[in-house]
Unconditional design. Structure first.
Length: 420
């Protein structure tokens, strides 16, 4: 495997739609370090987010550097070109040192018959009984099954190889981290499929350090995991076992680990994840983004006055455009429209009522996951307000920053702390 920029064992993806919370986010990493757990900060922003907000990838690098300087952060940090493809990667190459190659669109499209046959012939070890340490029941994989999986995923992996080579050519192999993401697709990848995918990635000589599969269950935006926690735990453990096995078998980077996308707010799976990571002595990358935008709104609402007013205006606009805003996110939100309060109701709310409905505190009887999810997908409303929104964030910086830091540290990093 060629050289690559190494990624630390625990890393945390910090998305920030409006680019104002870099310091508050980094402070959460500093607090975790204070507890003996080092989360490498990775600022991530996808091509899609940049186009919604109208920002350039270089602005994310500038934000990260400003935060690092302000806090005197001395250890590594990275800037992730999130969910890029061959057509969109170029403007990310200079400012990024972490690339999430999104090849989900090619899943299910078959590679050439000759390539599939060559892959299956090259990997007799995948056929038959495949015993993997820490997986009780060995995988029983037929040749037909390897062919099926290759037909489904080989083209996607070949695409990843092309994007990797393209970046490597202009950036140099030693200067970046590679993630491959397959989360934005219909069906989850099973642990045996993950093994076959990793064999194909090794064939492409991609020094992959994080892989984002689609896990079982729903990873809705900004709210808790919805699904069978026991089944998730079983598959998460098996995925870790498969990764440890594939590292040895195929010479993949020792630092290869899982990347959990839409990783924010999945409170009910953090403890199973923490247990599994401890058992395997494995690292993890947890990617978050929208949760920080919601903390901005919470901070504004908590500030009261013009802060609360702008938060209410954003909701009033969002509820009027509920179908339009929700449509693109249909597979990653679950909103009960009957639970959405009217704009008139919300306009009468106090700071406390607004904050209680929005903050992800499942013990608070005022917490309203439908309200929270609608606002999650409504950040374009704030983008349209332009300077008025940004000025409100600046004016109420202290209270917004406190919410951003506390959310990441208390509700996300602490439950995942490896040493517990
Ligand atoms: Zn993703």
């Amino acid at each position: 495997m060629s050289q690559f920029l190494p990624l630390g064992k625990y890393s945390f993806g910090l998305g920030d739609r409006f680019g104002q919370q870099g310091k508050a986010q980094l402070r959460a990493c500093a607090l975790a370090t204070g507890l003996g757990a080092h989360f490498v900060p990775v600022w991530n922003k996808s091509n899609r987010e940049h186009s919604f907000i109208g920002s350039e990838p270089s602005s994310l690098r500038a934000e990260a550097e400003a935060a690092v300087k302000a806090l005197g952060w001395k250890t590594p940090y990275h800037v992730d070109a999130d969910h890029i493809r061959l057509e969109t990667v170029d403007r990310f190459i200079a400012p990024s040192d972490f690339f999430t190659l999104d090849v989900a669109d090619s899943i299910g499209k078959p590679a050439s018959a000759a390539d599939v046959k060559a892959f299956v012939d090259r990997h007799p070890e995948l056929i038959g009984t495949v015993a993997i340490p820490h997986i009780a029941q060995p995988f029983a994989i037929t040749r037909a099954e390897v062919e099926r999986v290759a037909n489904k995923f080989l083209l996607a992996v070949q695409d990843a190889g092309k994007i990797y080579q393209h970046i490597a050519k202009s950036k140099g192999v030693a200067n970046f981290i590679t993630e491959v993401s397959m989360d934005e697709t219909d069906s989850p990848q099973t642990p045996p499929e993950l093994l076959i995918i990793l064999a194909a990635i090794a064939d492409q000589k991609i020094p992959i350090q994080t892989i984002a599969p689609k896990f079982t269950g729903r990873f809705n935006k900004g709210v808790d995991y919805a699904g069978d926690v026991k089944q998730f735990e079983k598959e998460f453990n098996e995925d870790l076992a498969v990764i440890a096995f594939a590292i040895r078998k195929y010479g993949l980077p020792m630092s290869l680990k899982l990347s959990v996308h839409s990783g924010s707010d999945k409170f009910s799976i953090y403890e199973p994840m923490r247990r599994a990571l401890k058992k395997f002595d494995a690292g993890v990358h947890v990617k978050t983004a929208g949760t920080t935008w919601l903390e901005e709104l919470i901070g504004l609402a908590e500030a009261g006055g013009d802060g609360l007013e702008i938060a209410k205006e954003i909701y009033a606009y969002a509820i009027e455009h509920v179908d339009e805003f929700c449509a693109p996110y249909a597979s990653v939100i679950d909103i009960d429209k009957s639970k959405l309060p009217s704009a008139t109701t919300v306009n009468g709310w106090s700071s406390l009522q607004f904050v209680s409905a929005l903050r992800h505190d499942q013990k608070n009887p005022g917490y309203n996951p439908s309200f929270r999810q609608l606002l999650h997908v409504s950040f374009k409303v704030a983008a349209k307000k332009g300077d008025r929104y940004l000025n409100a964030l600046k004016k109420h910086e202290a209270v917004v920053a406190r919410n951003v830091t506390e959310n990441l540290f208390e509700r996300h990093m602490k439950p995942l702390l490896p040493g517990k």
